[in-house]
Design a protein. Structure first.
Length: 411
């Protein structure tokens, strides 16, 4: 029987306590490392530049002394450079002045050559210094990139991810270890929350299902008094509303997390199925369906995406006008995103009321109770599911009354 490989061990923790105000004096902090790094780079660059300039100067001096602009031939001084001018019959003083001028000019030429070569050397060293500095800065900041990538993965609800940064006990490792500890606590909290939601949903569903069964049994008795029949119908409606509330809260709690397992889903098919489920209610209210559903493939959870379309279309039908109402449902692909748009006629919605519609248990001009149109969680669930898929929903008042709901999801 093959032995299972041992799990990878986490890197060792810092040898000092990050919460201790008295920290080791020679701890390899980022400040010390950067100081040593850039100080050493400047020192090396200065030494190299000084050595190069010294070599150039030595070569220029050697060349200038090896090739004088004049020479002595048979007791006479003759020029060896075209720019050196000597008088034809000079006196001793005139000859000395002319030779001094030639020597000064040759010195100027040597200094110009040294300056030109030094500028080229400085340019080359600057390019090397910038390239080396860029590489070293990337090496020093690479732990930050690792922390950022892990944070993005955690934002996708992959709370099992850890940075596990190795290396010296500096500020970046302290930050990474603190982040890992925070992720561990968050994972425990989310796991406890999911366990609580599962247990609570089970405990709440069971008595509600029993109540519904008992009420349906009593309502099926033809000999029951009319008052009891009416009371049973009222209690059954209340029980159904409670079941909807429990299901909505459970779905809202689950959809707040990022979708880990994704499959190809066509929004056009999702919207068509949602329309079929609401068509009977729409016919009863006299609401006409419009719009075309073009293929729009996304990666996500089909059940949750169908809940987006179903909730929006149900709201479009239930919050519509009494006569000649319509609801338009379209799907398409725009700018690399899949778009679901649900537009409906209905009462005029003030722009300042739009944000309140997405809050749980909030409806337009209504409170938690006193409505048979839902439990007030529909748009909250839509927004949570859209965010879990990396998308968003935008609501706008329609001119003449009603709303325009636009859901965009990444392809």
């Amino acid at each position: 029987m093959a032995s299972t490989p041992a799990p990878p061990q986490a890197p060792p923790k810092p040898t000092w306590d990050p919460r201790d105000p008295v920290r080791p004096l020679l701890r390899p902090t980022i400040r010390i490392r950067l100081t040593l790094l850039y100080g050493g780079m400047f020192l090396i660059a200065g030494i190299l530049l000084l050595a190069i300039i010294y070599l150039f100067t030595a070569q220029a001096v050697s060349d200038s002394t090896a090739q004088l602009p004049f020479k002595v031939v048979s007791g006479r001084v003759e020029t060896t450079a075209a720019w050196c001018r000597l008088p034809a019959l000079p006196t001793t003083e005139e000859l000395n002045d002319a030779m001094a001028i030639c020597l000064r000019h040759q010195t100027d030429l040597a200094l110009d050559d040294v300056l030109r070569r030094s500028l080229f050397a400085l340019l080359g060293l600057s390019i090397i210094a910038f390239a080396f500095g860029y590489a070293m800065a990337g090496r020093v900041l690479s732990p930050l990139g690792r922390i950022t990538r892990t944070a993005r993965q955690v934002a996708g609800s992959d709370l099992a991810r850890r940075i596990e940064l190795d290396g010296p006990d500096d500020e970046l490792k302290e930050l990474a270890d603190t982040f890992d500890e925070m992720l561990e606590r968050l994972e425990r909290a989310f796991t406890a929350q999911q366990r609580f939601v599962a247990n609570a949903s089970h405990e709440l569903r069971t008595p509600l299902a029993i109540n519904r069964t008992l009420l349906e049994v009593h309502l099926s008795d033809p000999g029951a008094p009319v008052e009891l029949q009416q009371l049973g119908k009222t209690l059954l409606a209340t029980n159904e509303r409670s079941e909807q509330l429990v299901e909505g809260l459970l779905l809202l709690a689950r959809s707040d997390n990022q979708i880990v397992e994704r499959k190809p889903v066509d929004l056009a098919e999702v919207a068509s199925r949602a329309i079929d489920q609401v068509r009977a209610e729409a016919d009863a209210k006299g609401v006409e369906f419009r719009g075309e559903q073009a293929p729009a493939l996304v990666q996500g959870n089909g059940v949750l995406l169908e809940r987006i379309a179903l909730n929006l279309i149900q709201n479009a039908v239930r919050y519509n006008i009494a006569e000649n109402g319509w609801a338009e449902v379209t799907t398409e692909t725009q700018h690399g995103q899949a778009v679901l748009v649900v537009t409906n006629t209905g009462p005029v919605v003030p722009a300042y009321e739009i944000d309140n519609l997405f809050e749980p248990f909030r409806r337009l001009r209504q409170e938690r109770t006193g409505s048979d149109k839902g439990v007030g969680l529909g748009l909250s669930i839509v927004r949570s599911v859209a965010r879990a898929h990396g998308g968003r929903i935008i609501a706008e008042p329609r001119e003449g009354g009603g709303l325009v709901m636009r859901v965009t999801l990444p392809i």
